[in-house]
Ligand binder design. Structure first.
Ligand code: ADP
Ligand code: ASP
Ligand code: MG
Length: 814
């Protein structure tokens, strides 16, 4: 004999009931089958709602009742019961009884736990009746037995305790004489010894099935539900969760105790001692293997088997100096809660004995506080302890696994993973058996926590990165295109799942928690909401995704001013915007400190030499203990372009104009030509070498004419270039006479930095720099004579985008 239990979704529509019947038919061919059913999906909640409405004198209880009726009758109609007159009559009678009960609740304005149990019992009684009648109608050897006549409990309404002796005898007696092949039983419902209707607690149909399975000592208990087994974590919260094929009773119990709703926690108890395996299967996908819960030791088992969570937790903290060293406080605390029938889900006690923390259901927080404050009234009055402190809006997450105790460092890994993602832990508990480690965190962090822990313990090979890009002009657009193109490669070769979760230009912004589809991102952005810098930050923060990275592809100071906000949320920052790094030293230092404190990378490789790995190389030199003696560099693609094209055959004005048109200069060419841009770059290199320096400390000898320096608009500036052509030709002539090339050079030496135009003689590494190439020579303790040289294209949208891309990948590889 086999026991199969079908949950709410499995019997939630005529289509699904037909699936259930065909599964039962298959099983029933070879063996007698017991089938335990839940109420039609959602009905228990609706019954409770109508009860509450009636109790509150809210007449809409009648609408809810009608909805419940409609759901059942449309299932009956769709099941084509043909000669269903008799069936309709029985169901009508049931609904009449239900309506009378609700009218009574409405009249007396009261809904006791006893009446509540009577009310919810209609759900399972109806579903079991409809299914049994359908089967009979189709000529199957089936019948229904009301489990209220079998399962006997105490009068602890809403979660009654089973009297196993009487119950087992009832079940055995009944099945001794039952003639039908398939027996349908309502789950969840029971009766007390006094004959009152009771229930086994929410989710209790699983328990009914286990009780029957144990009483009949069957070979296997099957729990058929709407997912393909017990998953590594709740599949509705973590897309990457997958079914666990084999799991021990203990692990399954821990996971369900900590919120894996797929199995009602007491279910394991009756079958455990008899060694009856529980097989969890998916009604919608019967061919999926599902999960087997048993005593079998799984050799290849990973130390962490699953992660679960319980929402709506309140944390109670009892603390006070009067508790130290005095025994009995926790005993009294637990006794008080037990008298109030309040279930303690987890406890922690600080080793100082100065405080005890308890996690309980949020709904019971008020009554717990009242009871505890009353119980410790004296101590509170004497200020030995504080009134109990209650925090709500919390959730417990738990890692579960039989083998965790044999592995060092799992809790460390758990907490550092959470910490890296800025998830604050309020309390920690480790079960004495070391089969679970649980932590209390804010409810708003649960999804992120489950995903990041799942990634850490179950998908260690892939890492999801969520980027939020602001500024999708020339460079930003290339970056998005590069991400689109490389997505597959990154996943397959680097195990990085790179997703663009937010995009913004100066007008519009869009977000998608699942990653924006990059196929038509431009159209989507056009239809996006109005962009603001603050709004972009707030949305990014609210999404609260793990491994979030803000990418600044603007040259905007207001954007740079928000980096600190991002870092404080543990959101990494990747920027090609140089403003923050070249701002006041205090600000640069603050950002570096925030990056360390919040474990959020702050990378800006493209600030110097676009995509060339200049800062990364410098960082690696310093990290490995080298010291920079001096830096010689040509760091301006724009100025290189200008001086490579300027001769006595061209006009300075034309060359600068051309550089602008080809995208080599900033929209305001003065930023490049004044040397400010180069000064910022050498400043950043000096700072990254470990020197405290500000922009004013850099000597900047300008080659511009007096009028050029003083111009107060871009147009005005261009006019001075025409007027002062002779000034610029003189610079060229002098270099030519000396057989030199003009290069704009940045230097850092002995803690001092300067920028300026220089005549570079033939043979010098700078002499042959072409186009917009950059070059940097690091003279260090390890490279004292022959410098470490990095040379290549130092400007342009594509190389800058690939530099940003490289920073993002650096974070992914971390
Ligand atoms: P039924 O009505 O069939 O008893 P439940 O809704 O009670 O179904 O339980 C199944 C649900 O449990 C799943 O749909 C899923 O949302 C939830 N769940 C939570 N944690 C897990 C987990 N670790 N594995 C599988 N399902 C889980
Ligand atoms: N129908 C009950 C509930 O929703 C019992 C069950 O489905 O297991 O809690
Ligand atoms: Mg259930």
């Amino acid at each position: 004999m086999k026991v199969l239990k079908f949950g709410g979704t499995s019997v939630g529509s005529s289509e699904n009931i037909n699936r259930v019947i065909s599964i039962l038919e298959n099983h029933g061919k070879t063996d007698a089958v017991v089938c335990v059913v839940s109420a039609v999906g959602g009905i228990t909640d609706k019954l409770l709602l109508t009860g509450k409405q009636a109790q509150n004198k809210d007449i809409s209880y009648k609408d809810t009742l009608n909805l419940i009726k409609d759901i059942h009758f449309s299932i009956i109609n769709e099941l084509n019961l043909g000669t269903g007159e008799n069936i309709t009559k029985v169901v009508d009678n049931e609904f009449q009884e239900l309506e009378d009960l609700l009218n009574g609740i409405y009249l007396i304005n009261e809904l006791s736990p006893k009446t509540s149990d009577k009310l919810v019992s209609f759900g399972e009684k109806l579903s079991s009746f409809i299914i049994a009648e359908t089967m009979k109608n189709r000529g199957l050897s089936a019948d229904r037995k009301n489990s209220q006549e079998l399962v006997v409990t105490n009068s602890n309404f809403t979660k009654a305790e089973v009297d196993f002796k009487i119950t087992n005898a009832n079940i055995q007696d009944y099945f001794k004489t039952a003639v039908q092949n398939i027996t349908i039983l309502p789950g969840f419902v029971s009766k007390s010894k006094l004959g009152e209707q009771t229930t086994l607690g929410r989710g209790g149909s699983d328990f009914t099935a286990a009780i029957v399975a144990a009483a009949l000592k069957v070979d296997q208990l099957e729990i058929w539900t709407d997912v393909s087994g017990m998953y590594t974590t709740n599949p509705k919260m973590v897309k990457q969760a997958y079914p666990i094929s084999k799991i021990s009773y203990q692990e399954a119990m821990e996971l369900s105790h900590f919120g894996a709703k797929v199995l009602y926690p007491p279910t394991v108890q009756p079958v455990l001692s008899l060694g009856i395996p529980i097989h969890i299967k998916n009604t919608m996908e019967p061919e999926a293997v599902g999960t087997v819960i048993s005593n079998e030791i799984v050799e290849e088992s990973t130390p962490v088997k699953g992660i679960s969570n319980i929402s709506n937790i309140a944390l109670l903290t009892l603390q006070g100096s009067g508790m130290v060293g005095i025994p009995g406080f926790s005993k009294r605390l637990f006794e008080t809660l037990s008298q109030e029938k309040i279930n303690v889900i987890m406890t922690t006690q600080a080793s100082s004995e100065h405080s005890i923390c308890l996690g309980i259901d949020e709904k019971e927080a008020d009554s717990a506080k009242t009871a505890i404050d009353a119980a410790f009234e004296n101590e509170i009055a004497l200020e030995k302890i504080d009134p109990i402190f209650v925090e709500t809006g919390l959730s417990i997450i738990a890692l579960v696994g039989d083998k965790m105790k044999n592995h060092q460092g799992i809790s460390g890994k758990m907490f550092s993973t959470l910490g890296k993602n800025n998830i604050n832990i309020r309390a920690i508990a480790q079960g004495a058996s070391e089969k679970n480690i649980s932590a209390v965190i804010a409810e708003s962090d649960v999804k992120k926590a489950l995903n990041t822990l799942h990634e850490q313990f179950f998908e260690s090979k892939t890492k999801q990165l969520n980027v939020f890009i602001t500024g999708v002009g020339n460079v930003g657009e290339r970056l998005v295109e590069q991400i689109k193109q490389q997505k597959k490669y990154l996943k397959e070769n680097l195990k990085i799942n790179l997703r663009v979760a937010g995009l913004s230009n100066s007008r519009k912004m869009i977000f998608n928690e699942e990653g924006i589809n990059l196929k038509n991102w431009k159209d989507q952005l056009e239809d996006g909401e109005q962009a603001t810098l603050k709004g972009f930050f707030e949305n990014t923060k609210a999404l609260n995704l793990r491994n979030s990275i803000f990418v600044d592809v603007t040259a905007n100071a207001d954007v740079a001013n928000l980096y600190a906000n991002y870092l404080r949320q543990s959101i990494g920052v990747v920027a090609c915007n140089k403003i923050a790094c070249s701002s006041d030293f205090k600000n640069y230092k603050l950002l570096k400190e925030l990056s360390l404190k919040y474990n959020a990378p702050y990378l800006f490789e493209t600030n110097v030499g676009a995509g060339l790995p200049i800062i990364d190389t410098l960082n690696n030199l310093i990290a490995s203990g080298d010291k920079v003696n001096s830096i010689q560099a040509v760091l301006s693609g724009s100025l290189n372009f200008v001086f490579n094209n300027f001769t006595d055959q061209t006009k300075f004005y034309d060359v600068v104009k051309k550089a602008g048109a080809e995208g080599y200069t900033e929209p305001d060419p003065r930023i490049d030509l004044s040397g400010v841009d180069v000064a910022r770059k050498i400043l950043i290199l000096a700072r990254e070498s470990g020197v405290e320096m500000n922009l004013e400390d850099i000597e900047n000898t300008s080659f511009l004419s007096e009028a050029g320096l003083k111009s107060d608009s871009v147009d005005d500036f261009y006019q001075t270039l025409i007027a002062d052509e002779a000034h610029y030709q003189k610079l060229y002539a002098s270099a030519k006479a000396n057989n030199c090339q003009l290069k704009y050079v940045a230097q850092f030496n002995d803690g001092k930095a300067s920028v300026g135009l220089q005549e570079i003689p033939e043979g010098h590494p700078f002499y042959n720099l072409e186009g917009s190439d950059n070059i940097v020579m690091f003279y260090t303790q390890r490279y004292p004579k022959q410098p470490m040289i990095i040379k290549g294209a130092g400007a342009g949208a594509d190389v800058t985008a690939s530099g940003l891309f490289a920073d993002i990948i650096r974070i992914g590889n971390d």
